[in-house]
Design a protein around this ligand. Sequence first.
Ligand SMILES: NC(=O)c1ccc[n+]([C@@H]2O[C@H](COP(=O)([O-])OP(=O)(O)OC[C@H]3O[C@@H](n4cnc5c(N)ncnc54)[C@H](O)[C@@H]3O)[C@@H](O)[C@H]2O)c1
Length: 437
Amino acid sequence: MKVSVIGTGYVGLVAAAAFSDFGNDVLCADVDADKIERLRRGEIPIYEPGLEDLVHRNAAAGRLRFTTDNAEAARHGEIIFLAVGTPSSGTDGSADLSYLFRAAEEIGRHLDHPAVVVDKSTVPVGTAERVQRIISSQTDQPVVVVSNPEFLKEGSAVADFMSPDRVIIGTDDPHARELLTRLYKPFFRTNDRILYMDARSAEVTKYACNAYLATRISFINDIANLCDAVGADVELVRKGMGSDPRIGPKFLFPGVGYGGSCFPKDTRALINTAREHGLSLDLVAAAERINEAQKLVLVRKVRARFDGDVVGKTFAMWGLAFKPNTDDVREAPALRIARTLITDGARIRGHDPEAGPNFVEALGATAAESFTLVDDPYEAARDADGLLLVTEWHEYRSPDFDRLRELMRTPALFDGRNQWDRSVVEPLGFSYTGIGR
Ligand SMILES: NC(=O)c1ccc[n+]([C@@H]2O[C@H](COP(=O)([O-])OP(=O)(O)OC[C@H]3O[C@@H](n4cnc5c(N)ncnc54)[C@H](O)[C@@H]3O)[C@@H](O)[C@H]2O)c1
């Protein structure tokens, strides 16, 4: 099948590469000329395990091509995916749909054949209808707009896309449904994991999933803070909870709060949609509030350890991406933690296997003056007054604690992901603080 993908970011590039891997003829478009130039040279602009191989293989076979020209993409695809960003806009938390609408307009203007256009971006309920109107205002070609929300996780995006738990096809149009079923069928041995629904329900499903997962994280963080106060261990509590099949173990890991390009903006957008309809999503709003406070839990613990005075102190920070296996730092808790400690008068020496340059750029010029990015995690710890584990990359899980003890000025560990064992590190001379332990 001929497929176009508009927007070549974390979602668009993975989707395009995966579709091409199943033999489809895929053209990927992006307005970012530098990104497209790099892709044409065989460089992968983001870090995502398995993506490089997938892109190279399919580009070499001629099934995956890149363009900066949305008009060419409009003319190419019988199915055209819109996978552009939908960030938070303004102060009300609503999704900024300007990229999506601009892309839709361009597609409409250049369409020269009937097409199925697919909203892959996460968009508020009713957006498929709005995109349909925008495209139809530009062309007489028959167009059906479908909602097909994406559930991949950064860090395992290729594996998730190649083997999805489910694919949601949101449309009442039989032809569009048939076409998308044909596109997705090779991803499954049986197609019983394709769920069909109307576009509005599909749009709500995506936000409901993210809001629910965010709520679970905030719930366990709330319980972790209670455990801290009452002398219980949240690691035992979460195992006790997670072993109940009605609850399950996933997304019950206490930590420094969720970040990333989805949960924060999507919870805010959902709350805003409810507000527009005269409703308040109190549970989701609470999850968001708890999360904002939780991003500073390590800062509170650091301040407490140094009696509120960290002026002139240096802290090592391990993990800057919003989660392991990605270079994405959008709304990463590490940004909030670093900025706050720097405002308190501290210096930070940070390490991350992939996200360092993105982190420095996002930090902003003023804070970056008090931040040093280093290539080696042990170098970050040299002469440090504390080590903060913020993102649990594999390489941080079992470090050489003896070496760390030698390097650090003050052997204080602040474990924001409960990766280390107090009974191991305290006998080595460290003080240990986790989350809810
Ligand atoms: N990142 C995730 O883990 C994830 C998971 C599920 C859903 N989503 C959703 O998918 C959408 C895309 O997310 P992302 O993380 O891939 O974003 P991204 O920022 O990585 O990529 C978006 C791309 O779209 C391009 N773009 C913007 N306007 C364009 C236009 N008019 N024409 C062509 N290209 C244009 C940008 O240059 C950028 O490269 C968002 O709605 C997001 O909420 C993301």
